[in-house]
Ligand binder design. Structure first.
Ligand SMILES: [Zn+2]
Length: 196
């Protein structure tokens, strides 16, 4: 039985457990127009990539706990001092100072609204979202940037009030732990594993 590759850090080093690659048989490639003559083989490759979140780890950890974090520049020498950014970014785009982490959950619950949106009937490879995907750009009071995410319940409209939902049961520790629903959506309408 194979086991998904797992990683933890001890003594500042990655420690690996489980399988990070799988042997999969290659298959012949043959020419259907020329007596099924051999042309080559497939070489299946399957790898587990170790993706470090670095300074953004706290953002993903917080999603799993129902919290939406942003960052704010507090550098007195910066023209953009006080600007709040989400998506979560570690350094100020103006002065490059390390920014402070701020909890945006309440502001998001009270002030988030759809800036614009698009509906995608098709998706790329490895998509995990139900189609059509209702991508929304979200504005917040007092926030410099606009957040791209998706509307899980409801039909999007420009200016519509939305509230965040979080995959607090069985979190993936990816951005898929965050979604949005129309204001007024009931808890029983939320997708499995999500809560307000
Ligand atoms: Zn700054």
């Amino acid at each position: 039985m194979s086991m998904f590759g797992q990683v933890f850090v001890k003594n500042n080093q990655y420690k690996l457990k489980g399988n990070f690659h799988h042997l999969t048989p290659n298959m012949p490639i043959r020419d259907a127009d020329d007596n099924w003559k051999l042309l080559g083989v497939t070489n299946p490759r399957d790898m587990t990539y170790i993706h470090s979140y670095g300074g953004e780890a706290v953002f993903f950890e917080s999603l799993s706990k129902g919290k939406l974090l942003a960052t704010r520049c507090d550098n007195n020498d910066c023209e953009g001092k006080g600007s709040i950014y989400i998506p979560f970014r570690i350094h100020c785009p103006d002065c490059l100072a390390r920014m402070s982490v701020v909890d945006l959950t309440d502001i998001a619950k009270k002030t988030a609204r759809v800036h614009t949106f698009m509906e995608c009937a098709r998706s790329g490879a490895f998509n995990l979202l139900d189609k059509p995907i209702r991508f929304i750009n979200i504005e917040f009071d007092g926030v410099t940037t606009i957040l791209m995410s998706y509307l899980s319940v409801g039909e999007p409209a420009i200016g519509m009030k939305v509230v965040p939902i979080f995959k607090t049961t069985g979190p993936t520790y990816t951005i898929l732990d965050l979604a949005w629903v129309a204001e007024g959506t009931k808890a029983e309408e939320l997708p499995e594993g999500f809560s307000f």
